[in-house]
Structure formats: C-alpha cells, structure tokens
Design a protein around this ligand. Structure first.
Ligand SMILES: *[C@@H]1O[C@H](CO)[C@@H](O)[C@H](O)[C@H]1NC(C)=O
Ligand SMILES: *[C@@H]1O[C@H](CO)[C@@H](O)[C@H](O)[C@H]1NC(C)=O
Ligand SMILES: *[C@@H]1O[C@H](CO)[C@@H](O)[C@H](O)[C@H]1NC(C)=O
Ligand SMILES: *[C@@H]1O[C@H](CO)[C@@H](O)[C@H](O)[C@H]1NC(C)=O
Ligand SMILES: *[C@@H]1O[C@H](CO)[C@@H](O)[C@H](O)[C@H]1NC(C)=O
Ligand SMILES: *[C@@H]1O[C@H](CO)[C@@H](O)[C@H](O)[C@H]1NC(C)=O
Length: 351
C-alpha cells in the first residue's frame, strides 16, 4: 500500500512529462506545408550593437534598400547609412521556399567568415538569433563546427513560411523571443492570439517558449484585387507597410485603418524596371463602375503581366455581368518607342 502511494504519483509525473516532451520544443524551424511553395516572408532583426541599414542590407542580401524601407514604412528617401540603434527591430523581407514541410530562405543569404567569428557568434550575434548554429552547420555540411576559416562562405537558412492561416493569406514574421516574454504578450504585440501562436509553432504554452529563438508570428495581410495570374500574386502586405510592384510602376500600401485593403497607385517615384516607361492604368468600363453592390466601386490595380497593367472594378460584385478586368495599352506605346529607337539607329548608320 505504501509503495503504491509513492509510485502512483511518480508514474503520473513520469507519464505527464512524457506527454509534454511529445509536443515539440521550439526548433527554430517553421512549418510550411501549404499549397504555396514560394513567397515573401519577414524576419525581425535586431543587433546588439548599433548598425546601419547598409549593413543590414548586405547581411540579408536584400537587392533594393526600398524593400526594407517599405517593410518598415520608412520614407523612400531614407539614406543607406541611416543608423539603426542597438536592439531596434528592423523587418526584412526574405524570399521563402518550402520543401519537406519546412520553410527556409533561399540561398541568396550568404555570410563570409571574418576574424574571431565562431558559428555560434554568427547565429546568435550577427544574425540576432534568427538561426541556430546547428542549422547553419547542417545545411552547409560542416564537419567540425569548431573549425571554420576566415573567408569561408556559409549559406544562412532563415526560417519562414508561406502557409495560410485558417484559409486566409498572412505574412509570416520570424520574431526572436525576448527573455521573460509570454505568448499572450507577443500575441497582443502582433495582433494575433496565443492559441494560434502555440498551434503554428507546435508548442503547448509558455513553458516551451524559448528565449532567443525565432517564433513564427502570422501577421494579418491587407487584401488586394490582384489577379491570380498576375506576376505579383498574391500581393501580401502587413499593416503599416508599402511595396513597389509592376516593375516599380505601382506603389501599394497597407493601412489597417483602411479596412485591411491595399491601396495601389500609379507611381513615378522610381525608375521602371524592364519597361522603358510605365504603362498607364487602363480605365474601367464606366457602366461597371456605376454598378454599386455593397459600396460605390472604384477602378483599382489588379496586377500586371510582361506587357500590361490590369485594373478592375472594386469591390467585386458577384451579380454584375461582363468582364471585370482591363488591360492597359502598353504594347502600342512600347512599339512606338521601339520604332523611334530603330529610326535613330538607322539615321546613325546612314551618317
Ligand atoms: C526531405 O526529407 C527526406 C527525409 O527526411 C530527406 O531524405 C530529403 O533529403 C529531404 N529533402 C529535402 C529537399 O530537404
Ligand atoms: C559589438 O561591439 C562589441 C564591443 O565593441 C564588439 O566586441 C563585438 O564584436 C561587436 N559585435 C558585433 C556582432 O559586431
Ligand atoms: C492563452 O491565454 C489564456 C489566458 O488569456 C490562457 O488561459 C491559455 O492557457 C493560453 N493558451 C496558451 C496556448 O498559452
Ligand atoms: C497598424 O499600424 C499602425 C501604425 O503602426 C498602428 O497604429 C495600428 O494600431 C495598427 N493596427 C493594427 C490593427 O494592427
Ligand atoms: C470591409 O471589408 C470587408 C471584407 O472585405 C467588407 O465585407 C466590408 O463591407 C468592408 N467595410 C467597409 C466599411 O468598407
Ligand atoms: C516575359 O518575358 C520574358 C522575356 O521577354 C519571357 O522570358 C517570359 O517567359 C515572359 N513571361 C511571361 C509570364 O510571359
């Protein structure tokens, strides 16, 4: 009897700890098993030392500074050498690919070993805990983690995800957990709830929340009218951010107070990519715009292709007849430019 009284609680305790250990600890990996296999995802980076946007851009192999500016809603004329204070969090958009149920940044992000670096320092200090040294070692097939050489290059696999949340598109943010914070606190900070956070990170509660590890935080995204076949689909922006799209010809912003709807305008703030000039926004059919379903409709950006920009009447009305999408007349203006260039070349040759 005496032994029973002692062993029963012990057994209970043992089985309880067994069950607790079954629900995984945070591993720094993010689940990514949805239909979408590539997307833009965010990491929240902070450095213990003061740094600059230029350094951050280099560290994360970000092509254009403006994508960092947009993700943080900083003015477009912010300089590269803008100081970033210690522990200030900067959001960085990264290209995410999913395979085997896990999301990882693509191979663009590479680090070159400098004097006095260790793998652990690279993971925790230089990349701010967004990645573990074990993960760097694993993907780079490093045999001896204590033997790395100056000048050696390592791919840095950052965690990310493209998964939807309850059927809705979200922007995933890798948030490095601060010592002493709780799921409830983090959920409040990012406009989500603690149950969702626990679920998508495969943990059961605060006891399994590890400080200095990345937590997958789904950020609600503004909806847009971008078509599924558009080259920028799905255009996802989190609250208080902006991005250029359609070869830099369109600037979209997301402001939660605008009913979580992206607002996209033609922009000439920066030079177009691939196109000699920006094609105009095509007009929507006036008759379609007059159809008022829930609210008055407006002619809004609906995506782009190699040749054109699309617009559509928004909000979408299921009951309205006729096509809703309009392509701009970009090809004709493109042809005129080509003809002019060819004429100029011909004149030069004749001279
Ligand atoms: C996916 O996982 C399997 C088994 O775990 C492994 O053999 C394979 O190499 C993985 N593929 C990729 C692309 O990581
Ligand atoms: C941060 O600053 C300290 C003191 O100046 C220096 O020892 C350390 O190497 C710096 N860390 C990084 C990651 O640059
Ligand atoms: C979420 O917070 C509530 C208290 O508001 C708590 O009862 C619940 O256990 C928490 N859930 C998780 C998964 O942490
Ligand atoms: C959206 O961002 C603005 C500016 O940072 C902030 O004031 C507002 O609370 C945010 N709204 C939501 C719902 O997250
Ligand atoms: C806000 O957006 C929702 C969903 O997109 C829509 O149903 C609703 O009518 C919108 N409300 C206003 C005031 O625009
Ligand atoms: C866009 O144009 C490029 C080069 O002209 C071509 O390689 C590519 O396949 C085109 N893409 C689409 C979606 O039409």
């Amino acid at each position: 009897m005496e032994t029973f009284r002692l062993t029963f609680p012990l057994l209970l305790l043992l089985s309880l700890s067994f069950f607790l250990s079954l629900s995984a600890q945070m591993t720094g990996d993010f689940k990514c098993s949805g239909k979408t296999t590539t997307c833009l995802s965010l990491v929240g980076y902070s450095s213990k030392n003061a740094t600059t946007l230029r350094n951050i851009q280099t560290l994360f192999a970000v092509k254009n500074l403006r994508s960092i500016l947009g993700a943080n809603n900083l003015p477009l004329d912010t300089k590269r050498d803008q100081r970033v204070n210690p522990n200030q969090v900067v959001r960085i958009p990264i290209h995410c690919s999913c395979s085997n149920g896990t999301g990882v940044s693509n191979r663009d992000i590479e680090y070159t070993v400098k004097k006095d670096d260790t793998l652990s320092l690279i993971a925790t200090e230089i990349y701010g805990g967004l990645v573990t040294y074990q993960k760097i070692s694993e993907v780079n097939k490093i045999v001896d983690v204590d033997k790395i050489e100056i000048g050696q290059k390592f791919w840095i696999p950052l965690p990310c995800s493209c998964d939807q949340l309850k059927g809705e598109d979200v922007v995933h943010l890798a948030h490095v957990v601060k010592l002493g914070s709780s799921l409830l606190e983090i959920a409040a900070q990012f406009g989500t709830d603690n149950t969702t956070l626990a679920q998508i990170n495969g943990i059961s509660g605060d006891a399994q929340l590890l400080a200095d590890y990345p937590l997958n935080v789904p950020l609600k995204a503004c909806t847009s009218s971008v078509r599924k076949d558009s080259l920028d689909a799905p255009l996802l922006l989190s609250n208080n951010s902006y991005a250029f799209t359609a070869n830099n010809c369109v600037k979209c912003t997301c402001d939660a107070s605008n009913n979580w709807t992206s607002s996209c305008q033609a922009s000439s703030e920066i030079k177009p990519l691939n196109w000699p000039t920006c094609p105009p926004f095509p007009q929507c059919d006036a008759a379609l715009l007059r159809v008022s379903c829930r609210r008055p409709r407006a002619c809004v950006y609906a995506g782009y292709s190699n040749q054109t920009i699309f617009t559509t009447a928004s909000p979408a009305c299921p009951d309205s007849a006729g096509p809703g999408n309009y392509a701009s007349t970009f090809s004709s203006s493109f042809n005129i430019v080509m003809v002019l260039i060819q004429c100029a070349l011909l004149c030069l040759c004749l001279l």
